[in-house]
Write a protein that binds this ligand. Structure first.
Ligand code: NAD
Ligand code: DAU
Length: 336
């Protein structure tokens, strides 16, 4: 099969490409990525010369380029990761987020409609459901109630994808996953940011009182879920993907400090994120019962492994934090 991965130079996309190349000797992976601040070809340098891997530098909003890529590469399946993925950046300014996540998805769908795809997998998020109180979990039938510009843009894209199935019979599947962590995650996100700051003996900025809850899943468990959906997911369906690992942010930050033998005095409670969703928790029973997928990595084991990856790949994240990231960090955290 010829598989087009959009956003393959990002965190999850790069892990997915490597995962698929290792497992499927007959599949070709084409990575279409704009290389925004979050896209990094270093994430894939070990497979850059792989005979079944190809990189295409392009923007998913560019209709002619998207159409040509699907045609030229005789694409059978699209796995759509490309997005502006950070909630805080979407709050700082939503236009790029709306452009890529909504317009970009619609451009892809139009091109997909004219091609002979067997599946279009739209990689979405639990954030489309909004926020939970202390009880309950999101199921696939929970009404969409996105709260941030990022979440609203992803929910919009989900609706477009499902509309293209209903109206044009496009063979789509939507996956909605909880918070990923693992190697190659850009250090603007909570877990790598906490690790990198702890390693640098810098304050760990915890929003509000730190009692917001996220359901953490190791990125390779997410990759395995997408692999499962790619091979056996029912066309027209939505699948929730969760890690069964709900943790308070403060507990995660403390665990990171403990693992690195750093003092809790590094914790810094800062002004909360506007509109901050309180709690996410996923009911993944549909994918577990129907497709027999389950998360395998325990959070505690995965976190230790991830911390050690960041310790061993200081050159990777130092190049990032010493670049334009410095300006972002200043704008986001200085005086907060
Ligand atoms: P990321 O920010 O690490 O990577 C995004 C990638 O998309 C980058 O390589 C970037 O260059 C590329 N990209 C951005 N705009 C583009 C455009 N216009 N054209 C082509 N490429 C473009 O993101 P991630 O954390 O790997 O997330 C990937 C997908 O998974 C996103 O759709 C996100 O909404 C979804 N998701 C993420 C998580 C998570 O916890 N990280 C959880 C659930 C769902
Ligand atoms: O739930 C899935 C989503 O998870 C994905 O769709 C998004 O792409 C991904 O970015 C992530 O969104 P979150 O907003 O949950 O992740 P983030 O890493 O930004 O924050 C996780 C939690 O940590 C959240 O409650 C906010 C908090 N936080 C975050 C940062 C960056 C802090 O307390 N301090 C910080 O500096």
């Amino acid at each position: 099969m010829n598989i087009l991965v959009t956003g393959g130079a990002g965190f999850i996309g790069s892990n997915f490409i490597r995962y698929m190349l290792e497992r499927y000797p007959d599949d070709r992976m084409v990575n279409l990525d704009k290389l925004t601040y979050a896209g990094n070809l270093e994430n894939l340098k070990d497979v850059a010369a792989h005979p079944r891997y190809q990189f295409v530098h392009g923007d998913i909003c560019d209709a002619a380029m998207v159409q040509a890529s699907l045609k030229r590469n005789e694409i059978d399946i699209v796995v759509h990761f490309a997005a502006e993925s950070h909630v805080d950046r979407s709050i700082m300014g939503a236009s790029e987020c709306v452009r890529t996540n909504v317009l970009g998805t619609s451009v892809l769908l139009e091109a997909a409609k004219e091609s002979k795809l067997t599946k279009f997998i739209h990689v979405s998020t639990d954030e489309v459901y909004g926020s939970l109180g202390s009880e309950g979990r999101f199921s696939e039938s929970t009404p969409l109630h996105p709260n941030s510009p990022y979440a609203a843009s992803k929910a919009s894209a989900d609706l477009l994808v499902l509309a293209y199935h209903h109206t044009f019979g496009l063979p789509v599947v939507v996956t909605r996953c909880s918070n990923n962590y693992g190697p190659y995650q850009f250090p603007e996100k909570f877990i790598p940011l906490m690790i990198v700051n702890a390693l640098n003996d810098k304050p760990l900025p915890v929003y509000g009182d730190g009692s917001n809850v996220r359901d953490w899943i190791h990125v390779l468990d997410h990759c395995a879920a997408i692999d499962t959906v790619l091979h056996t997911g029912r066309i027209g369906s939505v699948y929730n993907i969760g890690g069964n690992s709900e943790r308070k942010n403060l507990d995660v930050a403390k665990r990171i400090l403990q693992s690195l033998a750093k003092p809790e005095s590094l914790l810094a409670f800062v002004k909360d994120r506007p509109g901050h969703d309180r709690r996410y928790a996923m009911d993944s029973s549909k994918i577990e019962d129907e497709l027999r997928w389950r998360p395998r990595m325990s959070f505690e084991e995965g976190l230790v492994e991830t911390i050690s990856w960041y310790q061993q790949h200081a050159d990777w994240w130092q190049r990032i934090v010493n670049g334009e990231y410095k300006d972002y960090y200043k704008a986001m955290y200085e005086g907060r």
